[in-house]
Design a binder for this molecule. Structure first.
Ligand SMILES: NC(=O)c1ccc[n+]([C@@H]2O[C@H](COP(=O)([O-])OP(=O)(O)OC[C@H]3O[C@@H](n4cnc5c(N)ncnc54)[C@H](O)[C@@H]3O)[C@@H](O)[C@H]2O)c1
Length: 278
């Protein structure tokens, strides 16, 4: 992949944990030209991450100058991680946290020296540069700190600053968890096809290609003509035809809308419970 010319990288990037999510972020950054020699990953397994990336299993005695920290482990590990990491962080050590349900106030309390702390909520397609990342910070973080984080997040896809942290669990439910809901939909579409008689492997291929083509088409239609997915759905449905009969099932009593609203609300509520330490 050709490096994105406008990319601006931290002098050094220190990842705490590099599993499903942080791994996708790092993979995209490396694809876009981040020098692996600038990256250190701390992971208990010590398993290699990528050529040239340093992997350690314990905390160093100091962080290289210009280090940006990415917290990428599980939220419940924050107490242990902060106890070891906070003494290494200085005022000019930016911290980006992708931990669900971990508030900025909590992060500030655990990393009192750090000035720039940003909550980021990415989703898995960031690995393709087609992700969504919600960002939140407070007035303590400087404008330069915000711009630096924005520059780092830019190659991952869409980035959206959230003005009000109380919406962070909502946006996490929508875009952070969203890929799982879409994957479920694609799976259900395939299984429904099988249920009405299509061979399973063929239904799986056709469902996935339909989701992929439709998502690409919806993105283009929105960007070029401002046409929403709701308008596109009507364009598929010939009056009195097959699609309308199907849409009538999804739309009856707002069935699909209610199901998705309940789904997002359940995910949001879990984020709020996690923030309470539950
Ligand atoms: N998976 C997603 O789609 C997604 C999306 C947005 C945010 N997140 C957030 O990303 C974080 C990681 O989620 P994941 O799905 O990648 O989980 P994961 O289990 O795949 O990765 C967690 C990583 O943390 C490492 N780790 C374990 N104990 C550690 C310790 N004591 N110190 C440092 N590292 C340790 C593990 O080796 C692993 O690499 C979570 O906080 C989650 O809220 C995940």
């Amino acid at each position: 992949m050709t490096p994105i010319p406008s990319m601006r990288w931290p002098d050094h990037l220190f990842l705490i944990g590099c599993g499903n999510m942080a791994g996708q972020m790092l993979s995209r950054w490396l694809d876009c030209g981040l020098d692996p020699a600038r990256v250190t990953v701390l992971r208990p397994s010590g398993r290699p991450v990528a050529d040239g990336v340093t992997v350690i299993t314990d905390y160093p005695s100091a962080l290289p100058a210009g280090t940006t920290v990415l917290l990428g482990m599980k939220p419940y590990q924050i107490a242990d991680v902060a106890a070891a990491l906070a003494p290494l962080c200085r005022a000019d050590t930016p911290i980006i946290s992708i931990l669900a349900g971990t508030t900025l106030a909590d992060l500030r309390a655990r990393f009192p020296a750090a000035r720039d702390i940003v909550r980021a909520m990415p989703n898995l397609p960031v690995g393709l540069g087609e992700g969504v990342t919600a960002l939140f910070t407070d007035a303590t973080t400087g404008q330069t700190g915000k711009a630096d984080v924005e520059a780092l997040i830019q190659p991952l896809g869409l980035a959206e600053w959230i003005a009000d942290e109380s919406l962070f669990n909502q946006v996490t439910a929508l875009s952070g968890c969203g890929p799982a809901f879409l994957f479920r939909f694609a799976d259900a579409l395939a299984r429904a096809g099988e249920a009405i008689g299509i061979p399973a492997d063929q239904a799986a291929r056709m469902a996935l290609a339909t989701v992929q083509g439709s998502a690409n088409m919806a993105a283009r239609a929105s960007a070029h003509a401002g046409d929403s997915p709701a308008i596109l759905a009507d364009r598929v449905a010939s009056p009195g035809g097959m699609t309308r009969q199907g849409l009538n099932v999804l739309d009856a009593d707002d069935r699909l809308l209610t199901l998705l609203t309940d789904t997002l609300a359940a995910a949001r509520d879990r984020g709020e419970a996690m923030a309470r330490g539950e």
